[in-house]
Ligand binder design. Structure first.
Ligand SMILES: [Zn+2]
Length: 348
């Protein structure tokens, strides 16, 4: 997550190529997110399948060992690929093992520059003129719905770590990366009515590759009926950590987005997930959900642990896997799953 990152967008045109088509057709519809719980309610059983052990193991993999970072401009000594390409290969392997086919969307980015005169959580800066261009990927997979396949519920997270310094990016955003993976794993055996899409993009390099993905969905006329951006789940202040609070804030930009934020609160209550759940309206589109809002998809929220974001190690070398409150990450993943399942099963 990069607050005020819009300042640095559009510095470089994003060249794309597709290894396979992202099929879809235009259709418009309205989903009603009011929680009329269908019977029998299979949601509690699915929520129990969210495995804290997976989340922990995968955060360690992506933010500690074997990958200390996930960035195009860092290669682990002795490895053949940079650490972001290694991240992509590993995520794809996991997804294939659960039966998913993965599509790659190629984009060109540069690493941010670093300006140590700026505030310590925001030292990213425009890349120097001679900064190399890297070819990076968005990863996308989907489960086509059996009844309303043209209505797409999209789960997304940025998978890269900070390109301008050596932060492991455990909260920002290994946690969102693994949350969307775990959602894909749990949903693999679920018979969905609507199409559920899963997107992993890059937002700590420039330009943000969620812009490319969002514009592509728009150009194709895809009907994205709900978008959940999972970023820095459970990241919170030292006071909240000391008090053991399990927090989530759902940020929305538009009135349709507020409906999704409200749904997060409702499922947290109905399914007794136990989050201290709140909502907040953004002043303007931001983060990767903002890329979709700008592309005309207003029913979008970001889930994050606090807002304004209060992690003391935000964007610093101390954003390490050991600090991650994995129980909080699991709870937010469950709340998101409940919201997705509710939307999927809504009659219209
Ligand atoms: Zn960030």
């Amino acid at each position: 997550m990069i607050r005020n990152g819009n300042l640095f967008c559009g510095l470089l045109a994003c060249a794309m190529a597709f290894t396979s088509a992202w099929a879809g057709e235009p259709i418009s519809t309205q989903l009603s997110p009011s929680p009329g719980i269908t019977e029998p309610d299979l949601i509690p059983g699915l929520l129990k399948r969210v495995a804290e052990a997976n989340l922990r193991k995968w955060v360690d993999y992506l933010a500690k060992d074997p990958l200390p970072f996930r960035k195009a401009n860092y290669t682990v000594p002795g490895h053949a690929q940079n650490s972001l390409d290694e991240t992509d290969a590993w995520i794809e392997t996991q997804l294939r093992s659960w039966g998913y086919q993965v599509e790659r969307q190629l984009c060109e980015v540069r690493a941010y520059g670093c300006d140590l005169k700026k505030p310590k959580h925001h030292t990213y800066a425009q890349p120097p003129p001679d900064a190399p261009v890297y070819r990076v990927c968005n990863l996308y997979t989907k489960k086509t719905g059996r009844r309303r396949p043209n209505e797409i519920i999209l789960l997304l997270a940025h998978k890269d770590s900070q390109s301008w310094n050596d932060s492991p990016g455990a909260y920002d955003n290994a946690v969102g990366t693994v949350a969307v993976m775990e959602l894909a794993r749990v949903l693999a055996s679920y018979e969905n009515e609507r199409t559920i899409g899963f997107l992993w993009c890059n937002e700590e390099h420039t330009p943000w590759t969620s812009l490319t993905a969002a514009n592509h969905f728009r150009q194709r006329g895809d009907n994205l009926v709900a978008i959940f951006n999972q970023d820095s789940l459970g990241g919170k202040s030292d006071d909240d950590i000391a008090a053991g609070r399990k927090t989530n804030v759902s940020l929305y930009t538009t009135p349709e987005g507020q409906q999704l934020a409200d749904l997060m609160s409702q499922v947290n209550e109905v399914y007794q997930i136990g989050l201290l759940q709140s909502s907040c309206r953004r002043q303007q589109p931001g983060d990767d959900d903002g890329s979709f809002v700008k592309a005309g998809y207003g029913r979008a929220i970001a889930n994050l642990g606090s807002f304004p974001y209060a992690d003391a190690e935000y964007h610093l070398a101390g954003d390490v896997a050991e600090r991650v409150d994995i129980v909080n990450v699991r709870m937010t993943t469950q709340a998101t799953l409940a919201a997705v399942l509710h939307l999927d099963r809504a009659p219209e």
